[in-house]
Design a protein around this ligand. Structure first.
Ligand SMILES: NC(=O)c1ccc[n+]([C@@H]2O[C@H](COP(=O)([O-])OP(=O)(O)OC[C@H]3O[C@@H](n4cnc5c(N)ncnc54)[C@H](OP(=O)(O)O)[C@@H]3O)[C@@H](O)[C@H]2O)c1
Length: 235
């Protein structure tokens, strides 16, 4: 019987999610990477090796998330951890230029989908005394001018998601971390109104910097909870 722990990573095809999946696999976890683009997921899983598999899902779709959770159980028989890194933003993000349909989409992805995946996986996390890393943002920890109306609102609410989960589910051994990175050099930067140049990106965190912190949370002993982590580049 394969007794390696199983991690489900949303937003696992790229950026911090992919780096967290790589790191967890190297630390002995089996990983399932999810996102909308099957080709990107397959490429990421193949680069990690046999410990990883791809599972395409749009996390905004409640029924599709339920089916994906069932597929993780079908593949591996257990679920021990979640890294919830799927997220989005929009260049038109200020009160002066946002459109309300996009506002709702950003909130659905960054906040609603986190609740959806947690709700689907909670029975499994209770069984495994599982660990959850919610990839929020430094804009979810303190106000960041320019992060955007929908982005700031949705990421700030993730703090409440993590705190209610910890308050209510600790008795089942479930532990969650509100992980708040500052600027990270990933594709996500393409969504900014002004896309940072190479010099600016060189000063930012790398996805592997953040993955190292995620790994620390995932591998903490079952009696240890890391409630919140704020990680920012020095300059
Ligand atoms: N980069 C930064 O400076 C920064 C700083 C703080 C926090 N963050 C947060 O970090 C997280 C990861 O972002 P990243 O920087 O690593 O950028 P990224 O590489 O663009 O990752 C975002 C991931 O989310 C997935 N995704 C988006 N919408 C989805 C949906 N509806 N269903 C399933 N997957 C979806 C994307 O895959 P598909 O497009 O294939 O679906 C992609 O893999 C995000 O939540 C972001 O808000 C980023």
């Amino acid at each position: 019987m394969d007794d390696r722990r199983v991690l489900w990573v949303t937003g696992g095809g790229s950026g911090m999610g992919a780096a967290a999946a790589r790191s967890a696999a190297a630390a002995g976890w089996r990983v399932v990477v999810s996102g909308r683009r099957p080709d990107v997921l397959e490429e990421t899983a193949a680069a990690i090796g046999p410990a990883a598999s791809a599972l395409p899902v749009d996390v905004r779709d409640v029924d599709a998330v339920a089916a994906a959770r069932a597929e993780v159980l079908e593949r591996h028989g257990r679920l021990d951890g979640l890294v919830l890194a799927a997220g989005t933003n929009t260049p038109r993000r200020r009160w002066a230029d946002q459109d309300v349909a996009t506002f709702h989409d950003v909130v659905a992805t960054n906040l609603g989908a986190v609740a959806t995946v947690l709700d689907a996986a909670l029975p499994d996390l209770r069984r495994s005394a599982g660990v959850v890393v919610v990839v929020s943002s430094v804009a979810g920890w303190a106000h960041r001018d320019g992060a955007g109306v929908a982005y700031s609102a949705s990421k700030t609410a993730l703090g409440a998601i993590v705190r209610t989960l910890n308050a209510e589910e600790a008795r089942h051994g479930v532990r969650a971390c509100h992980l708040c990175p500052g600027d990270v050099a990933t594709d996500f930067l393409e969504l900014r109104p002004e896309v940072p140049d190479a010099a600016a990106r060189a000063r930012m965190l790398t996805p592997d910097d953040v993955a190292a912190s995620i790994q620390h949370v995932l591998d903490a002993p079952p009696h240890v909870r890391v409630d919140e982590l704020v990680i920012t580049p020095v300059l």
